[in-house]
Design a protein around this ligand. Structure first.
Ligand code: TXE
Length: 499
């Protein structure tokens, strides 16, 4: 064990229950969570039966149809969300510790996530009180207005890579707009969601406005996607599960937004400083151990600097300090679960069998400070071909592939050559080229000479199989509203259509 390991203040050994209709309750079963940093048992959490999920949905339905929340003024809802954001800030150190203990990421990353979560609530609290809708000049004697209204009950299914932040991205716009929610965190990382429920209880959120059900996909997620009492489902996760969620949502044609994965390209031209490009490349793929939907996982590098880029990338990646998230020295933590670690190691084997050159890493780190934790060291493949599985499929781990291009059009072709379209970046000193390449990349989130900056003010989501719709920004609020036109007849005389 490292000597700099922090002693967490937060208590993990406590009851982790469901929160339904404003009350904590035990689930029908129990799950044991394991520490990603040690592989040892962490704690037990209660999980919901299908009936308890139905109960949560009914509570949200009642809160929407009969409760005060949707009828509050925007300013009143905003006031609540501002208080919530302040409370998250006040509890930031405990929340960050929990996120690290549960999901494995380095504490400095968790601290960012918690601050971003608070800011997300703040942003939507501000946005909801701003002017919206339209006044339309239609032919007299009508006067038409277009207003936005809450959709109703929103089912929200979130993944394990940014547990509290993904919950915030979904809850904040939904609540600001006046919806009620059933949130299902990932079965791997439910702890900060339960902590959030405690904060919501303390702030006296009206009963049933937010319900938090713990459990796995088939038992707790699928009934939410399927229910006729749910008006919208918002999902972040894999393409496969996203498609299942969309299918289940067809029953009542509920509104669906999907934020799925990616295999995002970072294109590097030879006119850009190679050391700076490598610095961004490290951040693009090894931040959160590559478990980021927008991770830059394909580096498409101009032929003339390819070898230099690869050798500098390998040299820098070798120095990344891998270790437990609570160790203040750690720069990259373990993967979230044994399942995810095995999945990543399997992809590394596939890459080797496919004939790619393993330049660095590719192993589980064990023993010493790694113990039985789920650590995989930074891994880099070169000499890859576009049709290899490690180039086409999302690995969701610290695994980079470096591709070679000659000329702008080949760079664009390679960049777009996967089923995904979440993010993408280009590095060049030529502003015209930068703009042309970025315009040609089919992705919803792009950067020129940068990577990973995420702004709550800007829309988040993907082209192609990276999803449906957008979160964040004004678009994220729109996605939690219905649009209604109201036509007011200013001169109600008989119409005389029929004699
Ligand atoms: O994802 P799932 P998993 C990708 C990434 C990763 C892979 C597998 O490539 O390696 O997915 O991860 C819930 N109905 N991403 O298996 O299954 C589940 O309980 C309703 C990308 O963990 O998509 C969890 O809450 N819900 C990604 C959530 O869906 C269901 C983030 C995500 O799990 C369900 C995570 C069902 N039938 C993984 N089955 C991103 N876009 O950031 C599962 N769930």
């Amino acid at each position: 064990m490292s000597q700099t390991l922090l002693a967490p203040k937060v208590k993990v050994n406590q009851k982790w229950q469901l929160w339904i209709n404003g009350k904590f309750e035990d689930g029908a079963s129990e799950r044991t969570l394991f520490s990603p940093a040690t592989g040892k048992e962490l704690c037990k959490v209660s999980e919901a039966s299908r009936e308890q999920v139905e109960k949560a949905i009914k509570a949200a339905r009642k809160a929407f149809d009969e409760g005060p929340w949707p009828k509050l003024t925007a300013a009143e809802r905003a006031q609540f969300l501002f208080k919530l954001a302040d409370k998250i800030d006040e509890k930031a150190s405990e929340l960050a510790e929990l996120e690290t203990i549960n999901g494995g990421k380095p504490l400095r990353e968790s601290q960012y996530d918690i601050a971003d979560s608070a800011n997300c609530f703040r942003y939507y609290a501000g946005l909801i009180t701003k002017p919206s809708g339209q006044a339309v000049n239609v032919p007299a004697p009508s006067f038409s207005t277009v207003v936005r209204e809450p959709i109703g009950v929103c089912g929200q299914i979130v993944p394990w890579n940014y547990p509290l932040l993904m919950a915030a991205w979904k809850l904040a716009p939904a609540l600001a707009a006046g919806n009620t929610c059933v949130l299902k965190p990932s079965e791997y990382t439910p702890l900060t969601a339960v902590y959030l429920a405690k904060i919501l209880e303390e702030l006296e959120l009206p009963q049933g406005v937010v319900n938090i059900v713990l459990g796995d996909g088939p038992t707790a997620g699928q009934p939410i996607a399927h229910s006729n009492l749910v008006d919208k489902v918002a999902f972040t996760g894999s393409v496969k599960t996203g498609k299942a969620v969309a299918q289940a949502a067809l029953g009542n044609l509920k509104k669906v937004t999907l934020e799925l994965g990616g295999k995002s390209p970072m294109v590097v031209f030879s006119d850009f400083d190679v050391d700076t490009a490598v610095d961004y490349a490290l951040f693009a793929i090894f931040c959160n151990a590559g478990q980021v939907c927008s991770a830059g996982s394909r580096f498409i590098v101009e032929e003339s600097i390819y070898d230099t880029f690869v050798s500098k990338f390998v040299a820098r990646a070798k120095k990344i300090r891998v270790g437990p998230g609570l160790d203040s020295e750690t720069e990259m933590g373990p993967l979230v679960s044994e399942t995810q670690m095995k999945r990543v190691l399997e992809y590394i084997q596939i890459g080797q069998k496919e004939g790619a050159k393993l330049e660095l890493g590719g192993e589980q780190l064990k023993g010493g400070k790694y113990g039985e934790g789920y650590f995989v060291n930074p891994t880099i493949f070169s000499n890859v071909k576009p049709n290899m599985r490690i180039v086409q499929e999302e690995i969701f781990g610290p695994v980079a592939v470096v591709q070679k291009f000659k000329g702008e059009s080949e760079a664009i072709k390679l960049a777009n050559d996967t089923p995904y379209g979440l993010a993408g970046a280009v590095f060049t000193s030529d502003v015209t080229r930068a703009y042309n390449v970025i315009k040609a990349i089919k992705a919803g989130i792009t950067w020129i000479n940068g990577y990973h900056n995420t702004y709550v003010e800007c829309p988040w989501g993907g082209y192609k199989q990276s999803g449906w719709g957008r979160e964040l920004g004004t678009f994220g609020l729109d996605a939690y509203t219905e649009i209604k036109q109201i036509n007011l007849n200013l001169d109600p005389q008989p119409i005389g259509w029929f004699e």
